[in-house]
Design a protein around this ligand. Structure first.
Ligand SMILES: Cc1ncc(COP(=O)(O)O)c(C=O)c1O
Length: 468
């Protein structure tokens, strides 16, 4: 059909070549930068920022017109990047570090270069299939049933929030079906639950029944003691166990807590964002007993499963319950919901569009094999034990508790916050390590976290010797 001459042909404002056709020189130079970074035997720690200087180098960089990419890349590589602490440095001993495998980093580039989304079976069957295979491996390691399934979300916080929304709304539906009134609900947490849980409860407008712990470990016995005499538990919908607390690396008594949850018909959520991978270490596996009974479980590949940011595996015992809560309903989306039995990644958390962020883990697990992951986790555990033993042997230092996982908390006698801060500053200025203090029962203490398989005992010695 010839076009109707009365319809004006638009004068297109964009020449596609300007942004959407790759400049081969830019491709080469960016890939060269990336290759350099990937092939560097030990990435520098970096991380010392002079904000005035950054203000100057970045000023006016984005204007109306184009700019040579080399100029912008230079600002990034020689100024901005230097002020970003390398979470993947083997000398990073704070927060929860990151140590993505090279295979996972490379495949993350594939996910980006191919704009791989993982929203639904309809649009992205191959990506969903691969992500589900990786989730199945994780679910099997936890011993969850074949019915289990889930999705990779952006982080542990997003996973905890999405799971708690399902716990809440499942209970609300059950109450409605039983003819009970809709009431504000509560969740049982320990005093060591991660800050993201507190946030999730705020967002979901649920209250917390907080159980105190004696030495940081939440147990079934502590839970029973806290419930003793309470006959007002109708409004409780869930209980949360942590499989590796962030501050001290403590694995809760998941089996004991789960037993109480089962007796009351409560949802059991296990937050293994940091510590879930510890299950790979055979000598520790029994400490996770009961995790197989979780109604929902979070484990972050961007932490101890050696994948790049940002990735958390959220696994439900019965993903259909999550689908009933999170599925977004809009007429333009009807096409992705045509097959009722399909469970799309977008149906399982608070999101719609998502990159297929599980694929870097999938690729790396397939390429490296699970035993390499086991070795890498065991390396971190060995480093933590080595550091704990060295610290315990120092006259002025005391271990707060023997490490369950790869976090060591210690007290340097006579030190206050300013001393820990000076220790941290000295080590970073010398680019030997990045460490920060933390708190334990109101006291400022030292905290070291081990995660990188490239961390050596020499590196640990440097940190410990700097305690003076
Ligand atoms: C136990 C635990 N839960 C949740 C989170 C939050 O995870 P994210 O930072 O990926 O949102 C963390 C982070 O360290 C964590 O250790």
């Amino acid at each position: 059909m010839t076009p109707d001459p009365s319809i004006p042909i638009p004068v297109l404002p964009v020449d596609a070549d300007r942004m959407h056709v790759a400049d081969p020189v830019m491709v080469d130079e960016i890939l060269e930068y990336v290759a350099d970074r990937l092939l560097t035997p030990e990435v520098p720690l970096d991380g010392l920022a002079d904000r005035d200087h950054l203000d100057q180098v970045i000023a006016g960089l984005i204007g109306e017109g184009p700019r040579d990419f080399r100029e912008v890349l230079d600002v990034y590589a020689n100024h901005l990047a230097l002020t970003v602490l390398s979470a993947d440095s083997p000398r990073m001993f704070t927060f929860i570090p990151s140590a993505p495998t090279k295979a996972s980093l490379l495949f993350d580039m594939v996910v980006s270069a191919a704009s791989l989304q993982g929203i639904s079976w309809f649009e992205a069957a191959g990506a969903v299939m691969a992500e589900n295979q990786a989730l199945r491996v994780l679910a099997d390691i936890a011993g969850m049933p074949q019915s289990a399934g889930g999705v990779f979300v952006s982080g542990g916080s997003a996973g905890n929030l999405s799971a708690l929304v399902v716990a809440r709304d499942t209970r609300r539906r059950q109450r409605a079906e039983a003819g009970l009134p809709d009431i504000p609900l509560r969740v049982i947490v320990s005093d060591q639950a991660h800050s993201s849980i507190v946030n999730a409860l705020n967002i979901t407008m649920m209250g917390a029944l907080r159980v105190p712990t004696e030495d940081g470990r939440f147990t079934g016995a502590a839970l029973r003691a806290a419930l003793d005499g309470h006959d007002d538990l109708d409004d409780v919908c869930a209980v949360i166990a942590t499989a590796g607390t962030t501050n001290a690396g403590i694995i809760d008594d998941i089996a004991g807590i789960g037993e109480v949850a089962r007796e009351h018909g409560w949802w059991l959520h296990v937050d293994g964002a940091y510590g879930g991978a510890g299950m790979l270490a055979s000598e520790l596996r029994h400490r996770y007993d009961g995790i197989e009974n979780a109604d929902s479980l979070v484990m972050d590949p961007h932490k101890w499963w050696f994948a790049p940011f940002d990735s958390a595996a959220l696994i439900y015992r019965d993903p259909r319950l999550a689908k009933a809560v999170h599925t977004q309903d809009a007429s333009y989306l009807d096409v992705i919901h045509e097959h009722e039995t399909d469970i799309n990644p977008s149906d399982l958390a608070y999101h719609l569009t998502r990159r297929a962020r599980g694929l870097p883990l999938w690729f790396s697990m397939a390429v490296n094999g699970i035993s390499a992951y086991r070795d890498a986790v065991e390396h971190s555990l060995e480093m933590a034990r080595y550091a704990a033993a060295r610290l315990a042997a120092m006259p002025d230092v005391e271990i707060i508790r023997e490490p369950d996982l790869s976090v060591v908390l210690f007290r340097r006698r006579g030190w206050g916050p300013a001393d820990y801060e000076a220790w941290s500053r000295r080590l970073l200025e010398a680019q030997r390590a990045f460490v920060t203090s933390s708190g334990w029962r109101g006291e400022v203490v030292g905290r070291l976290v081990f995660l990188h398989p490239g961390t050596t005992t020499d590196m640990v010695d440097e940190v410990i010797d700097a305690l003076g």
